[in-house]
Design a protein around this ligand. Structure first.
Ligand code: AMP
Length: 122
């Protein structure tokens, strides 16, 4: 596996309780909290508690229990936030091309306004 996890990233610090977060949901293996710079009325980040850099790292190496917990946590956040009213977008940026700023897997759940097209045309 080519990924090396940096435990000094900001989400690792949140998980260790070194900096605060605005928690939406916590489960055995996952944490969901409001994004500090929301880009839509709904902007929640969902992270696994384990040391995974990005989605493919997680999907290839996490345990079945972690994957089930994370998927269910995303579902629960969607339910708590009522995303079926109007829809939403889920994004997980990875690496340089994906313009990932924080190297700990996170899914953005965005909604509450029309979000435009998924990508700008080049
Ligand atoms: P990405 O570009 O996909 O890595 O997104 C990182 C996200 O983390 C951005 O939307 C930031 O606003 C968000 N973020 C950074 N620091 C914090 C923090 N301390 N609490 C909540 N969200 C944060």
């Amino acid at each position: 596996m080519r990924y090396t996890y940096d435990d000094q990233n900001i989400f690792a610090k949140i998980l260790r309780g070194e900096i605060p977060n605005d928690t939406v949901l916590e489960t055995e293996h996952s944490l969901a909290f409001n994004d500090i710079q929301p880009q839509a009325p709904l902007h929640v980040l969902v992270i696994p508690k384990g040391p995974y850099v990005c989605y493919d790292h997680f999907a290839q190496t996490a345990s079945d229990a972690e994957i089930a917990d994370y998927t269910r946590a995303i579902g629960e956040v969607c339910k708590l936030k009522g995303v079926e009213n109007g829809g939403f977008r889920m994004i997980s940026n990875a690496g340089e091309n994906g313009v990932q700023e924080v190297p700990h897997l996170h899914v953005h759940i965005l909604g509450g306004r029309p979000l435009g097209r998924m990508l700008e045309k080049p």
